[in-house]
Design a protein around this ligand. Sequence first.
Ligand SMILES: [Ca+2]
Length: 450
Amino acid sequence: MPIENSLRPRMLRREFLKRSAASVAAVTLLGDEAFAASAPRRPSFVLINCDDLGYSDVGCYGSELIATPNIDALAQTGVKFTDFYAAAAVCTPSRACLMTGRYFVRPGLPRVLFPRDKVGITDKEITVAQILKRQGYATACIGKWHLGHLPRFLPTRHGFDYYYGIPYSNDMDKKQRNEPPTPLMRNEKIIEQPAVQETLTERYTEEAVNFIEQNKDHPFFVYLPHTMPHVPLHVSERFKGRSKRGLYGDVVETIDWGVGEIVKTLKDLGLQRDTLVMFTSDNGPWLQQKDHGGSAGPLRAGKATAYEGGHREPFIANWPGRIPAGSICADPASNLDILPTLASLAGTKAPTDRIIDGRDITPLLLCKDDMDDYPFFYMRNWDVCAVRYGKWKLHVRDREQQLEAIELYDLRADIGETTNLAGRYPKMVDKLKAMIAEFCKTLPPPPKAE
Ligand SMILES: [Ca+2]
């Protein structure tokens, strides 16, 4: 559904409130009671995280050229968020946010990691996988990790029972940079090098399906960070030429096929009502790749920028019996919220001995209630570039992040960030600047030499 219409998000919010009010009774009768009576176990989680997928690269977010019937069906029978953010506009920092619930400078991962790097996620951090593992979950990471490729940084050392995938991006195999061919790993061993990328999406899907089947008798957490549609794009012969959007569309349609296989597996095993399935991406489309990059639709700019195209992503959550079908949530939320939310749904809490930036958004996810406005900060390296609060967004740095440049947008009326209202609303500019200043006080100091 295209949402370019400037009035649409506000209408969606009302629609959501109306739907959520009407659905409370139905959820109570058909969801909670049935859940308590028939499924005493904790819910399982499947989190599909694409790489560089644009806001409008799936059908239910406006793509007319890429057919994604399985992803669209998740939204039709679940909830679609219109204002969901990846908390970074590039790979490594975004995954650091998702895994820890903390802005990436707190775990010290402000930039993209390369094969030459000797750093990664440290033992001081607590990942969502570790939290769930302590709650008795079987945990798997299947796909691109990108939080450090040395053994001490791998998923198997940070809460995952099982790992299958590539440890960093699929284009980090440049001979001129002395990078080795892309390794495919199982747990901590390289099993294929170079990784055969044509079949990677299908093999990830098979691995996810196998893990679900093997762990069907207890709660599981499958984190599935697809390698695609990050360039270089690859698909198998089976999917080549299928879409109306060239190789990029074929890649996304392969991912959509994989979503369908996973949903079918859950259905066949009778696990759908026990499983929350989520679909999103780590950052916006790499527009410089032209036909090999995605589309941010009505949003301005793409990957690596603080404009909406860099951060705003599809986010769909599906949980039959718990999430009312066909819901739309226009409240801002982000991948920082995943850790506290999954912790809460698993019967525990996010860590309290450190700053957790994310919130438990269970009320939004289950379409039960609205939540108070909360600032979301757009960061690049150690700089805060912009803040969103309610409908307002203030940029404080220019696109190259070099100079101070004040831009104020009303995102409800102007999703494309076209009309700078800073001159008209100086008090709002001051208020949002003060929010950024307060937030900056909580950040660790940048390292002396980066
Ligand atoms: Ca990415």
